[in-house]
Design a protein around this ligand. Structure first.
Ligand code: SAM
Length: 216
């Protein structure tokens, strides 16, 4: 990771430990020459800087999808609420302005493309095979399941699928990314695990074609 961009990633508001960000950056460097990367769960752009840094180095484009209204755990009164990312007039969360500042300061506006909307709505119209898919969106059971069902089949053969906050042991954290994304991906028979750091898991697509329904 180029030191100037690492500085921006470390300074950005968000939920991506440096060693997991480094893994994301590494897999993005491998995959971006072969097609686009797509992230579900932009928040304020921290993980997008790790992905965008790879795009600046090897070429390619990173799409990042978020409605920017926050997940359940980001809402007022919850553990991960940040009152500095609330739209005061509307009284709702809005992480889009902070994301835009993060990406502009990092000089990655040509590499990182924001897609503002609900994950399932965007996915319903998505048709491009993905070289890298990174899911870090809603961590409830239904949102996690929806993200898996909406996006995983768009990973191209040999493409990579990274999943954040995968906790096998409930003592370590919430289970939906593990139960609703990671396990179904492996059970589909279309993916095999190739890397892991902290709560980040990276799977490779080993069978099927982008856009075809997954088995399992
Ligand atoms: C855990 S945060 C992402 C953290 C980010 N990747 C980082 O590095 O800091 C999850 C994000 O997913 C978004 N999100 C949750 N459910 C969503 C949905 N159904 N559609 C679009 N975005 C969603 C939230 O708005 C929130 O910004």
């Amino acid at each position: 990771m180029p030191p100037d961009l690492l500085e921006h990633a470390l300074a950005a508001k968000g939920f991506m430990p440096p060693e997991e960000g480094a893994l994301l950056h590494r897999v993005a460097r491998e995959r971006l020459p072969h097609g686009p990367a797509l992230e579900v769960g932009t928040y304020c752009g921290k993980s997008a800087v790790y992905l965008g840094a790879a795009a600046r180095e090897v070429g390619g484009t990173v799409f990042t999808v978020d409605h920017h209204r926050g997940s359940e755990e980001n809402q007022a009164g919850w553990e991960h609420h940040d009152p500095t990312v609330v739209d005061r007039e509307l009284g709702v969360m809005d992480t889009l302005p902070t994301f835009r500042r993060t990406i502009a300061r990092a000089g990655l506006e040509d590499e990182v493309v924001a897609v503002v909307g609900r994950s399932t709505t965007v996915a319903a119209h998505w048709r491009a095979p993905l070289s890298l898919l990174f899911i870090d969106g809603g961590h409830g059971e239904q949102p996690a399941r929806d993200d898996f069902e909406s996006w995983a089949h768009w990973v191209m053969p040999d493409g990579l699928f990274a999943i954040h906050d995968v906790f096998e042991d409930p003592a370590d954290g919430g289970r939906p990314p593990y139960e609703q994304i990671y396990l179904p991906a492996l059970a589909s028979g279309a993916f095999a695990e190739v890397d892991a750091v902290g709560s980040m898991r990276v799977l490779r697509r080993t069978s099927g074609t982008a856009g075809d329904a997954l088995g399992g």
